[in-house]
Design a protein around this ligand. Sequence first.
Ligand code: PRP
Length: 217
Amino acid sequence: MSLIIALNKGRILSEVLPLLAAAGVEPTEDPRESRRLIFPTSHPEVRLIVVRSGDVPTCVEHGAAAIGITGKDTLLEHGGGGFYEPLDLGIARCRLMTAAPIETQPRLGPRLRVATKFVNVARRFYSARGQQVDLIQLGGAMELAPLIGLADQIVDIVDTGRTLAANGLEPKETIAEISSRVVVNKAAMKRQAGLILPLLDALERAVVARQHVEATP
Ligand code: PRP
């Protein structure tokens, strides 16, 4: 019985594809240059699908894809069970952080307004600190929110910090360290262990080999 690996669109793909290739799973055409959404691969029993990041855990949770690869930020926002998270690929590293305009004092009085697309993560973060905030859900360009008076703070991904700096914002607190993770549907892990476990082993070896190359001067 064959299986599907769900990948997310965007910049993460360029880092994931070489690892998959090293693990013996190479799509028959480059997903970054195709309008196709499902790809046969060099592995006779594995196909790839390319979906929006938030749809990766959804596909895996429902068993439509046995395996998924996406960022920890997406998994934290999705929440819930339905899958195992057996492997950290150590790629697409960044941080999920709070950020605010440079040199603003903590706001007193009315509730803090926080703009983010990570509303579940933000709700958990502020409520764990006993802080009540008004969450404003945006689809992207969160850095804009404080500049146009929509919010006092944002919760967003910070990689180089250039987007924050370019918009007069500074990072405040780290909510989570992010990297790409492999998730596996729980039922598939039992039913298709003979196919999935060797794939996970091969991916893990590819991750170790990549880290070794990176560490070599
Ligand atoms: C992400 C994130 C930040 C930016 C951070 O956006 O939302 O805006 O990257 O990177 P930096 O710290 O290196 O500047 P992305 O470009 O992925 O687009 P998005 O807004 O659609 O998430």
